[in-house]
Every structure is written in C-alpha cells, then in structure tokens.
Design a protein around this ligand. Structure first.
Ligand code: AMP
Length: 114
C-alpha cells in the first residue's frame, strides 16, 4: 500500500468519510471496517511508525487519543467501551506507513487480539 496514502486523504486527493479535523489531527472511517465503529485517527504531519516519534511530536499523540475519546463519545460508545490500537511494523499488521490509531467499538472485542 502506498507510503503516503493518508497524506492524500489529508490533501483531499482521494476521498474519505472525514468525521473529525483540527489543525493537527484528522479522523475518517476505515474503508474496511472491522467493527460497527472503525475510525482511523491520524496526525496531519507524516510520522512513519511508532519508532519514528520524536519528543517534539508528543503533543500530537495526546491529541490523537483525545480525538478518539471525543469521537467514541459522539458515536455513543463512551460508556460501553471501545478499543484504540496502533500497529507498528509489518508483522504487527501495519500496512499504511503513516501512524494511525484504530478506534473500534460496537461489538465484543476479544483479548488477546489476533
Ligand atoms: P494498518 O493495517 O494498521 O496499517 O491499518 C491500515 C488501515 O487503513 C486498514 O484498516 C485499512 O482498511 C485502512 N485503509 C486503507 N485504505 C484506506 C482508505 N482509502 N480509506 C480509509 N481507510 C483505508
């Protein structure tokens, strides 16, 4: 999958169902949802993997988590619960190399994950 696929979504070069945006963070519905709610929360700046996060980027990571909680609340899942997960590297299932929080809700989520 393209390295800069999500940058294309940020720049509106490819379509996505965007449900949250501010100057630093964007969130849109996953094209292949794994739960009734499956949203991807991304930073607008390009960060390839968790391994590449610098101290200067700490704040945007916090904003991503707060955006996830805000979206989960708006979609009605604040109290029943939801999961946020970020894959790092191919063996963990990362296929788009622009970090993204998966926000999943609306069904029982097994543990440990597959
Ligand atoms: P990961 O495998 O953790 O890197 O997650 C990448 C996610 O991006 C997958 O859940 C895909 O379904 C999703 N995805 C890929 N292309 C698009 C797209 N154009 N719009 C929305 N979600 C996408």
């Amino acid at each position: 999958m393209s390295e800069d696929l999500f940058l294309k979504i940020i720049k509106r070069e490819i379509p996505a169902e965007i449900i949250f945006e501010n100057d630093r963070v964007l969130a849109f519905r996953d094209i292949n949802p794994q739960a009734p709610l499956h949203v991807l929360v991304i930073p607008k700046q390009h960060i390839r993997t968790i391994n590449d996060i610098t101290p200067e980027q700490d704040a945007v990571l916090g904003e991503m988590f707060r955006a996830a909680a805000q979206i989960a609340t708006a979609e009605g899942y604040r109290d029943e619960g939801y999961r946020v997960v970020m894959n790092c590297g191919e063996r963990a299932g990362q296929s788009v190399f622009h970090i993204h929080l998966h926000l999943l809700a609306g069904r029982d989520l097994g543990w440990p994950p597959g």
